[in-house]
Ligand binder design. Structure first.
Ligand code: GDP
Ligand code: GDP
Length: 433
């Protein structure tokens, strides 16, 4: 399901302040676990039970002042292409500026839901000042204060009304997204999959709002590639923008079951690759890493082993991920790549019966009990897998608040040893019975 909310507007109107307010709560939970700050301009949020992604497009602005306007225009264009809902922020302190007018002109032609937000309305006196924004010709607007939060609830009420409710399941085929940095070999990989048999490709329009899936029957497997049209007709200019790559990756990852992350072996596993990996992990998608262009790498005895170790080091703590060394050029391990993606898909759907889980895991947690905390002992009595789309387990115990991260990690590793969840993020909860 895609529910992408893009925040656009010129610099200094308060986009990142609003972004932080929208994603704060959830990100705090997720990132305190991994302990890493990553992409600060992309986050998940929810309101009234609807989940959505928020992107602060301004966060990707680069360069000096003279190219700023051009940059903003591009970002608004891209947000228009890729987002489901656009939040256009203006600033009551500054009033209407020429750049606001320019952005408004772009947005007026757009069919997608657009919410104009007059920010920095910190007190009721400023409500009157906001009236001038009617002149932008976008109709009604919301007045908010991102700093103190007033008005943001009404804004969110309106925004989520325009978001999709449920995952639209078209068919039961695995949905793969091929993602990665520009030039890693994504289109070549997809073309290699298509091969010469053009007739294996069927476009299914509108699985969700405006995405396109392409159905494949290849190597004895049936699957959908997510958003391949976008990849094939990509323009190099657009792809070169970091923002564009991120937006593209966000969109296709949110639609997929398994993200096939293509890495350019000649460049190593870099910050951007890590970001894409983290997007998949954060969205609880399956992951397969392809280290592509392996034909170009000069090899000694341990080259592959060392490369793999380096990647695992970068993606820790979620390291139980298949890493495959491919050459799309020579078609080396292309089949293996798809076969592995199918395995990861199966792993993600895996359900362990409660009786079996208790037979195995209860023994383990009773033998290796959580360390005592403040002189108290945690007793785990029962566990089960939740009926969620991606593997989540709950362990019932007397004092869940005393379970620390290392013990969670230990339990996760045991689950992975016993049941093979390779490539799949697992969530574990400890709860009071
Ligand atoms: P961005 O460049 O659009 O991302 O803007 P920022 O979020 O960085 O905010 C620019 C400045 O405006 C910062 O100094 C913020 O503290 C301030 N600001 C943001 N929201 C509000 C608000 O609601 N009220 C007031 N008074 N200042 C705000
Ligand atoms: P994309 O931007 O990720 O879609 O990358 P492309 O598929 O357009 O590939 C970028 C360049 O890398 C092209 O010139 C490809 O021919 C080349 N390329 C892709 N895969 C391989 C590979 O496995 N080996 C070699 N030597 N070149 C490759």
């Amino acid at each position: 399901m895609s529910n992408i909310v893009a925040i656009v507007g010129r610099p200094n109107v308060g986009k990142s302040t609003l972004f932080n307010r929208l994603v704060q709560r959830r990100d705090a939970i997720v990132d305190s676990v991994s302990g890493v700050t990553r992409d600060r301009h992309y986050g998940k949020s929810d309101w009234n039970g609807k989940e959505f992604s928020v992107i602060d497009t301004g966060g990707y602005a680069v360069g000096s002042d003279d190219i700023f306007e051009e940059e903003i225009r591009k970002q608004v264009d891209l947000a228009i292409d890729e987002a489901d809902v656009i939040v256009f922020v203006v600033d009551v302190e500054e009033g209407i500026t020429p750049m606001d007018t320019e952005v408004a002109n772009l947005l007026r032609k757009v069919k997608k839901p657009i919410f104009m937000v007059v920010n920095k309305v910190d007190n009721s006196m400023r409500e009157d000042d906001a009236l001038e924004f009617y002149n932008l010709g976008l109709g009604e607007f919301f007045t908010i204060s991102s700093i103190n939060g007033s008005g943001t609830g009404d804004l969110l009420d309106a925004v989520v009304k325009d978001l999709e409710d449920d995952i639209v399941v078209q068919d039961e085929l695995p949905r793969f997204a091929v993602v990665g940095r520009p030039n890693a070999g994504k289109s070549s990989f997809i073309n290699a999959l298509i091969g010469v048999e053009r007739n294996i490709v069927t476009n299914i329009a509108g699985t969700t709002r405006d995405s396109i899936d392409t159905k494949y029957n290849r190597f004895g497997f049936e699957f959908n590639l997510v958003d391949t049209a976008g990849i094939r007709k990509k323009s190099k200019v657009k792809e070169d923008l970091e923002f564009y790559s991120v937006m593209r990756a966000v969109r296709s990852i949110e639609h997929c079951d398994v993200a096939i992350i293509v890495v350019d072996a000649t460049r190593g596993f870099e910050g951007q690759d890590e970001n894409i990996f983290w997007l998949a992990e954060k969205n609880k998608k399956g992951v397969v890493i392809l280290v592509n262009k392996w034909d170009l790498v000069e090899k000694e005895t341990n080259t592959m082993r060392d490369f793999e170790a380096q990647v695992r080091n970068e993606i820790a703590p979620f390291t139980d991920v298949p890493i495959i060394f491919t050459s799309v050029l020579t078609k080396q391990r292309i089949f293996k790549a798809i076969e592995t993606a199918v395995e990861v898909y199966e792993n993600r759907k895996k359900r362990i019966p409660t009786s079996k889980l208790n037979e195995t895991m209860l023994d383990i947690v009773k033998t290796y009990t959580p360390p005592a905390y403040k002189g108290k002992f945690v007793k785990i009595k029962y566990c089960m897998q939740l009926p969620t789309p991606t593997p989540q387990f709950v362990f019932f115990c007397n004092l869940p608040q005393y379970i620390r991260e290392p013990y969670k990690r230990f339990v996760e590793n045991k689950l992975r040893e016993l049941y093979d969840f390779k490539g799949v993020p697992i969530v574990i909860y400890f709860r009071q019975k």
